[in-house]
Every structure is written in C-alpha cells, then in structure tokens.
Design a protein around this ligand. Structure first.
Ligand code: B12
Ligand code: SF4
Length: 406
C-alpha cells in the first residue's frame, strides 16, 4: 500500500499527463461556509429559473450529503486560456460573440473523459471507491477547488489561479481513500474591482456574488423565454455567454495560451460567426454547426433569439431583410425578438409590419412586443445608436449595492 502523501503526488502527476493544468486535494467536509452562502443565494432568488440549483441544495452544499462514503476530494482544472483577446470583437456589430469556453469541443466531454482515465488509474493503483463530476452534478466546484488550493474565488465568483488566471474549467473526483489535503490559497483580489466594473448588466450585487438573473451568461444560455427589455441593449453582440468579467482580470497576464487543452482551440465557425448566417439557421443547420460544442444545448430557437437581439443592437441596415423573414417564424420567442430587432433597425418598416401583423398575432408575449412603438420605448430599448451598438458598456446600469433586484 502506497503512503498517502506519495500517492497524492502520483495522482497529481498523472492528472497533468491527462491534460489537466492543475490538481489539488481537499477533505470531503471542506468549505463548510458555502452551505449558508448557497442558501442565502437561493433565498434571494439569484438562481432565477435554474430550479435545479434549489431542488438538490442540501446535497450541493456538502459533498458528504451527496455521497456519505467520500473522504477526500481531488479537484481538477483544465486551462482554456485564449490565444486572442476575447473582447476584440466587441466593436464588430456584424459578428456574434460566443464565450471562449464554448468555441471548441464541449468541455463536459473532454473533462469527463480525462476524469474517467484518472479514476481508472487511481483504482488500479490504490483501490477505493470513487465518483466523478463535471458541472452538472450538485457539487460546488468553485469553493471546493479553492479549498483544494487550485486558486481562490475572485470577486467575479469564479476560481482564479495565479498561473492560469480566470481560464480554468473545473472537475472533481470524490474518493473513499484518504489523501492528505493541500493548503488553500489566500484571496489575491485585494482592492481590484475590474470585474465588478466591467459587468455590462451590473450582475454583481456585491463582490463575490452573482445575481444570475442579470448575468448575460444566464440570459443567453439558461433563460428560455423573451430576454427582459432592460438587458437587451447591454447584450451588444454577445450571443452565447459572456467573458467580460473574466477577460479583464489582471491575473490573466500570467495565463499562457500554450497551457490550454488543445480540445478547446476555437473552431473557425464559432470564433467569429456572422450574424447574417445565424439569423438564417434552421434546426438542421443549427445541429450541423454546433454538434460537439456546448452551444448545441440551447437549440436553434434560443440561438436565433440571441442573434436577433444582437442584430437589433448592430445598427446594420442589411440585417433588415433577414429580420423581417423571422417575423413569420413558428417560434414565439423568435418572432418576439424579431419584432424588437426590426423596431431598432427600421422604425417605418416596423410600423408597416405592425399594421398587418399585430392584430393576427396569437401569442401574448409577441403581442406585447408589437404594443410599444420603437420611438416610445425606454432608452435602453430604443433605436440603435452608435454608442449602444458599438460600445457594449455604454448603457451599463450603475453597479452599486442597490443594483440587486433580488
Ligand atoms: C449555476 C452556474 C452558473 C450560473 C450562476 C453563476 C454563479 N456565479 O453561481 C450562470 C449561468 C450565471 C453561470 C455563468 C458562468 N459560468 Co457557471 N456554473 C454554474 C454551476 C453549475 C454552479 C455554480 C454554483 O454553485 N453557484 C451557486 C453560488 C451560490 O455559488 P458561488 O458562485 O460559488 O457562490 C459563492 C460566493 O457567493 C461566495 N461568497 C459569498 N460571499 C463571499 C465573501 C467572500 C469573502 C468570499 C471569498 C466568497 C463569498 O460563496 C459562495 C459559495 O462559494 C457551476 C458548476 C458547478 N457544479 O459548480 C458552473 C461554473 C461555476 N461555471 C463556470 C463558467 C466558466 C461560467 C461562465 C464563465 C461561462 C461564460 N463564459 O458565460 C459564466 C461566469 C459568470 C460568473 N461571473 O459567475 C465554471 C467556472 C470555472 C471557474 N474557473 O471557476 C463552472 C465551475 C463550470 C465548470 N465545471 O468549469 N454559471
Ligand atoms: S478582476 Fe480583480 S477583483 Fe475580479 S477576480 Fe480578477 S483580481 Fe479579483
């Protein structure tokens, strides 16, 4: 039987050969403070419609409530540090921006495969029982990774590493073996507030806490219905997730793109997709383009909804024809976004279309979109202006304590 310290170091070395950038160890009862924090977060309603965050919160709060045999946690991070500045396309209104983590292969598949290989290796070496997790299980991967010394939870709430900045995706192995814990690292955010200030929708009611209902990642990926009016202009050209709070973190200057797992390298068609191509997607072409990418889970309708909001923000007149076609879409969420986008791009075309369509519309949400003429929309929904379309932060609400609508 191997000495636990020696075994721990062998596991770490093996993890690195399998493509992980970092590996750390924690006791299964680590990060007990996250239980009350999770409870507070859910009570404030900050999880929005992600009911799955609330339903298994007791298990999520404590690894041993999920699996009582767990004695040690092996926490792992894979780097997806980008080669290029993720914010470089912010001023390209004809392009849709997809988050860096979603431009390559689906990290669930890549990390799960590596976790399984590490788990098999560990069982061969030392036996024990284990379970593997990436993202979708009720496990709080960020505080547990922080407890295992991978980095610290930054004020944007994600794990920040001294070596890999904000660009780590996380996975976990729970084992019945005893493996000595690593030391947690100190919080190195200091007086920095770059991520808090960068957020286009003021989604941080306070440092370290995200109100998902305001987060562009939630609005473009998790949220199923119409995107609330107050956030539409702030979305700019983001069509899947948001990297702004991660991208501005000063610790990224130590993150080397060479450390990134090659599976996450951007696919050309996902790095800078043309909005005109996205507006023309049907189910088949959506599946063909996004197969193997995390984007596929939002489906064609939500992607076209997001692309329409970006088109409405673009100020580009050549989008008008494609937007008009989508007024006839069978999906109400697409039709509603098309009504809004047309109003932003061409107020007189909007009036024309409204005359023939509004009274025939059966869906109550789409009827509501026809109800307010573009000129009467509040400023954040109004006609596209150079500031609102090209400078995604131009209409940012004040990022203050009272920005929490929770
Ligand atoms: C739900 C979820 C979301 C939601 C909610 C985000 C959130 N911050 O919770 C939404 C859809 C908005 C989202 C967005 C994103 N997500 Co997400 N998400 C998750 C998921 C499934 C659960 C997270 C969770 O438990 N939230 C509950 C809250 C209560 O937990 P928490 O944020 O850790 O809350 C802590 C703070 O409030 C803190 N706290 C409170 N007060 C204080 C005070 C101090 C001093 C300190 C230190 C801490 C502190 O304590 C709480 C407990 O630790 C995890 C996967 C997993 N199973 O863990 C991925 C995960 C967090 N997401 C991830 C990613 C990559 C993203 C995005 C970057 C994607 C994108 N580019 O669009 C964005 C980032 C937005 C952001 N700034 O958070 C990665 C993060 C990797 C990392 N390095 O940390 C994860 C871990 C997935 C993975 N397996 O890699 N996500
Ligand atoms: S941007 Fe600044 S405050 Fe935010 S996580 Fe990075 S170091 Fe911390």
């Amino acid at each position: 039987m191997l000495d636990p310290l020696a075994l721990r170091e062998e596991v770490r070395a093996q993890a690195l050969t399998l493509g992980f950038a970092v590996c750390g160890f924690a006791r299964a009862d680590a990060a007990p403070e996250s239980a009350t924090r999770l409870e507070e977060w859910i009570e404030a309603g900050a999880h929005g419609t992600m009911e799955w965050m609330a339903t298994r919160s007791a298990q999520r709060a404590r690894p041993q409530a999920l699996w009582p045999e767990a004695r040690s946690l092996i926490m792992l991070g894979m780097s997806y540090a980008p080669h290029e500045d993720p914010l470089r396309l912010a001023a390209e209104p004809g392009i849709g921006r997809i988050s860096v983590y979603a431009q390559g292969a689906d990290y669930h598949d890549i990390i799960k495969k590596a976790l399984k290989a590490l788990a098999r290796w560990l069982v061969d070496q030392a036996g024990g029982e284990l379970k593997i997790f990436v993202d979708t299980a009720p496990v709080m991967e960020k505080p547990l990774s922080a407890a295992a010394g991978l980095g610290w939870q930054g004020k944007h709430s994600n794990l920040v590493s001294r070596e890999h900045g904000s660009w780590l995706l996380l996975g976990a192995i729970m084992t019945s073996l005893h493996l000595p814990a690593d030391e947690a690292q100190d919080d190195r955010c200091g007086s920095c507030e770059a991520c808090q200030v960068a957020c286009p929708t003021a989604a941080f009611p306070r440092p370290y806490m995200v109100d998902a209902r305001r987060c562009i990642s939630y609005l473009t990926i998790e949220h199923k219905g119409a995107i609330p009016h107050e956030f539409r202009a702030a979305l700019g050209n983001r069509i899947y997730g948001c990297d702004d709070c991660l991208a501005v973190c000063p610790w990224n200057k130590f993150a080397e793109a060479a450390a990134a797992n090659r599976a996450f390298a951007a696919r050309a068609e996902l790095a800078a997709p043309e909005l005109t191509d996205l507006l023309a997607l049907d189910d088949t072409s959506f599946r063909a383009i996004f197969a193997g990418s995390p984007v596929k889970r939002i489906g064609r309708n939500r992607m076209v909804r997001n692309a329409l909001i970006a088109a409405g923000n673009s100020g580009l007149q050549h989008m008008v024809g494609l937007v008009r076609v989508l007024l006839d879409d069978s999906s109400p969420v697409v039709r509603g976004a098309a009504v809004w986008a047309l109003g932003r791009l061409d107020a007189s075309a909007w009036q024309e279309e409204r005359t023939v369509r509004a009274s025939n519309e059966r869906d109550p949400d789409v009827r509501e979109e026809w109800a307010v003429p573009p000129a009467e929309r509040p400023r954040s929904q109004g006609a596209a202006s150079p500031e609102s379309s090209l400078h995604p932060h131009a209409e940012r609400p004040r990022n203050t304590q009272d920005a929490n609508h929770g």
